[in-house]
Ligand binder design. Sequence first.
Ligand code: TK8
Length: 352
Amino acid sequence: MKKNMKRAILGVLLPSMVLLGACGNNGEGSVKTNATGKTEGIQERTIKAGIGNNENHPQGQGMKKFKELVEEKSGGKMKVQNFFDASLGDDLNMTKALQAGTQEITNPSTSPLVGMIPEFGIFDFPFVFNNEEEADAVLDGPVGQKLMDKLPEQGLIGLAYSENGFRQLTNSKHAVKTAEDFKGLKIRTMQNEVHLDAFKKLGANPSPMAFSEVFTALESKTVDGQENPLSTIKSQKYNEVQKHLSLTKHVYTPFIMLVSKKFWDKLSEEEQGILREAAQEAGKYQREVSRKENEIAIKDLEKAGMKINEVSDEEREKMKKMIQPVNDKYAEKFGTELVDEMMAELEKVRSK
Ligand code: TK8
């Protein structure tokens, strides 16, 4: 074939091959951006998502649903890599990794975030929620959104709430049926000042600790007890090192799906929409799984030999009165307006 003919063909073929490559492989060098420099469309991305619980726990099942939804909605281009059992660290250090941009997603309890955003502490007021319906209404309403709006200045984006759940007390010493029974008990708490003050008010001796250290602390008797929802007590096998389970139902803890703002700001609107939608759908699914699992867990824990006791409403009322000065102190600290708004939301649900 004549040289100039060859050159002519290559002159047409090469540029179109490069162009095709740019549209086809979505590699880093060929990222399409719009006039504002934001990326457009959906790029190939791998998203590291870490949690503290294991994959069978409702939180783990929620993250597997999140992965499935993100990959389905992005045509497989956005891949979620789930890391369970605090393998990337505990709630606080994973949240700090998001702020640093070295991890993309985590799903902590809101309680240990109060060091960054104190106002999340309003969810830690003991006995503030009576049931899941009340918790869902506050979290998915204007108060929950107001707290989400405080996240970007901390380098975080909040996508959705889901359910850790109502916390129950376990310990190795004795049943806790009355407020007096807390006296002297060494109880592990989350790193949260409201919990610490509330347990001190009840006469207990609280010790804040990261989640991944709890089982060893119970086993070695460094602490007498801990408090977590039934699904966590079961999935962490606390029954192996705790004899008594007291159904105190003293606090409702949410989980919150967080994204690194450093990562978020690189995403196109379409990619952001996919993550937000998937997080909200997975959050609703996870709440259902959590509620079903708690019904199963209490039966399994009894079968596993735990001594389970109820706490009467009058004793719960007594505990609530003892702790009220703590709630009042933190209402001042977190802003009485926000607390009043939460109480008004609760009134709406209760008067239905
Ligand atoms: C898991 C924790 C856990 C929480 C705790 O990462 O620390 O006791 O209840 O679920 O967020």
